[in-house]
Every structure is written in structure tokens, then in C-alpha cells.
Design a protein around this ligand. Structure first.
Ligand SMILES: C[S@@+](CC[C@H](N)C(=O)[O-])C[C@H]1O[C@@H](n2cnc3c(N)ncnc32)[C@H](O)[C@@H]1O
Length: 295
């Protein structure tokens, strides 16, 4: 755990305030063009990798998706159809039941409206307060694109709690962006902390070694990993209203400085100008799955 803490403390030290900048550009006409990107949330290749890392799914099993959002991550437990690389329809579950946990009712409602989440299988709560399920409830527990929001102690608490609610022999999988080394860790933790509409949030992006250490420290065995990439154009964040125009400019400037002055960061995230005033970023993703020992 020392390694995890040390890495994340370094990342925390990297959180710095950047000056706000203004821009007077009308981006509205670009929405259609950027809307064509296949979102990582709905990408078939990632779903298939997630499913494969769990191993052969059993129809008797019960799965839980923590920080489920609209339920896209848990489509790995269901059959789906794809169109142009995107999951378009979710059909029969490959497990007995999928349950969902999140703290945001709006996100979950959207998922229910899309037919992905069944209301009777949802619990609302904050992961930081503990998962309100009895011991040994699930065969599979997963969480995608959430754990970076937790600080080191919260990550440990979360992984320990996930292990508690798993049955012996059950599997826990996290899908997350990862850092390569201290420099990329400092950069991505800082950059992601800035990616909000309001004040900076907390963000702690471990390396693969740190994730493996965390899984081991929390008592998981048979730890297996896979990799994927999340491809992003910073314009998407603006058009999806994830960030303000001021923050868009701030983030682009941060990336431009890295392209110019930080070759390790530039290469790790394959940073490039889009040629349309935004930046293209490839986030390396880690899929990590561990088993709760039988005894
Ligand atoms: C980026 S979304 C990922 C959604 C989904 N896992 C996916 O991959 O499509 C992050 C989700 O984490 C949820 N979340 C954030 N903080 C949480 C917390 N403390 N407890 C429970 N859920 C949380 C948010 O509401 C949101 O639905």
C-alpha cells in the first residue's frame, strides 16, 4: 500500500491552479461532426475484453456494477448487438441477474429509459460510505471509469468492501485509465482534476503496478490484466457540456505545453493537435480482475 500512497501523494502535489483564459469562438457548428465519434462507454471491443477477463460467465451468477452510470459497463454481462462498433441493443443476460449501484439518480434514470437498467435492481448510495449489501452476495463485481475519483485510502476501503460482498471464488474487475510512471501520473491526475465545469475535483490515477499492489493488498488472487485505449477529442468534452469554454481553453493549453515541453507525456498520451482548435488524446486503460480466495 505504501507504493500506492506514495504515487498518489505525488499526484496530489501535482494539482496546481491554472489561470483562466477566454476565447471567443463559436463551436456550435461542430457538434454534428464530433457526435460521430464512437464513445468509449459504448465500445464493443472494450465490452468484449471486460467479459473475457471475467472468464466464462455462469448463468447462475449474480453481478454488481458499482458506479454504474447509465449501465453501459454492465452490458458485458448481457448479449448485445453492435452497429458500427457501438453497442445498440442489450438482450438476454448471460448471468442470472445484474444489480446496479450509483449515487446519481439522473444517470441511472437515463439508463433505465434506455432499457439497460431495471429499477428493482438499483441501490443508491455513496461508495465512500460503504456498499449496502450483505457479505458474500455476488459472483462478479465490477466498476468502470470511477475509481480514479477515490483517494488512496478510499480506494483501499472500496476494494476491501468489494471483496467483502463477493462470494468466495467471486471476481472483482476495475476498468480505468492508468499512468505509466510518475511524470505521466502527475500530468493525468492534474489534467483530469481540471476536467469539471466547476472547481477542480480530486483525481488519483495509479500505475498498473500500483493497481496490482492494491488488489494484492486487499487479498485478491489470480490477478489478471488487459489493456485498451480511450480516444478523446477535447472538443467532445465541450460539446457534451462536461466542461466550460474557459476550462476547454485551459485544458488545451495544458496539453499544448506538454506537446512542446514534455515529450514523455506527449508520447504516452499520443497528444496531437486536431487541426480544429482542440487536442486529440489517447488514454491508456487498464482492465484488472482479481479473485476472492475460497478460504
Ligand atoms: C464516468 S461515469 C461511469 C459510468 C459507468 N461505470 C460506465 O463505465 O459507463 C462515473 C459514475 O460514477 C458515479 N459516482 C461518482 N461518485 C460516486 C460515489 N461516491 N458513489 C457512487 N457512485 C459514484 C457517477 O454518478 C457516475 O455514474
Amino acid at each position: 500500500m505504501d507504493k500506492v500512497n506514495a504515487g498518489v501523494l505525488k499526484a496530489k502535489a501535482g494539482l496546481r491552479q491554472f489561470k483562466d483564459t477566454q476565447a471567443n469562438v463559436d463551436y456550435s457548428s461542430r457538434s454534428q461532426e464530433y457526435g460521430k465519434h464512437v464513445k468509449i462507454y459504448k465500445e464493443v471491443a472494450l465490452q468484449v475484453k471486460t467479459r473475457n477477463l471475467f472468464g466464462k460467465l455462469s448463468p447462475d451468477c449474480i453481478a454488481l456494477d458499482i458506479a454504474c452510470g447509465e449501465g453501459d459497463s454492465a452490458t458485458c454481462f448481457k448479449e448485445f448487438e453492435e452497429k458500427d462498433g457501438t453497442v445498440v441493443a442489450v438482450k438476454a443476460p448471460l448471468v442470472k441477474r445484474v444489480e446496479y449501484f450509483d449515487n446519481n439518480q439522473d444517470m441511472v434514470r437515463k439508463g433505465a429509459e434506455r432499457g439497460q437498467i431495471e429499477d428493482e435492481h438499483v441501490k443508491f448510495g455513496d461508495v465512500k460510505d460503504g456498499l449496502d449489501y450483505p457479505n458474500s452476495s455476488f459472483d462478479y463485481v465490477m466498476s468502470r471509469f470511477f475509481v480514479h475519483d477515490l483517494n488512496p485510502d478510499q480506494k483501499s476501503f472500496f476494494a476491501y468492501d468489494a471483496r467483502r460482498i463477493l462470494k468466495p471464488g467471486g471476481k472483482f474487475q476495475v476498468v480505468e485509465m492508468i499512468a505509466g510512471d510518475r511524470e505521466t501520473q502527475d500530468f493525468v491526475s492534474h489534467q483530469h482534476a481540471m476536467k469539471t465545469k466547476t472547481t477542480y475535483r480530486e483525481c488519483w490515477v495509479p500505475t498498473e503496478d500500483e493497481y496490482v499492489a492494491l488488489f494484492r493488498a486487499m487479498g485478491f488472487t489470480d490477478i489478471r490484466t488487459d489493456r485498451h485505449f480511450s480516444y478523446v477529442d477535447t472538443m467532445q468534452w465541450l460539446l457534451e457540456k462536461q466542461i466550460t469554454e474557459e476550462r476547454f481553453n485551459e485544458l488545451n493549453e495544458l496539453f499544448r505545453q506538454a506537446i512542446k515541453n514534455r515529450p514523455a507525456v506527449r508520447d504516452y498520451f499520443n497528444l496531437r493537435e486536431s487541426g480544429k482548435g482542440s487536442i486529440l488524446v489517447y488514454y491508456p486503460l487498464l482492465l484488472i480482475c482479481g479473485t476472492k480466495p475460497e478460504k
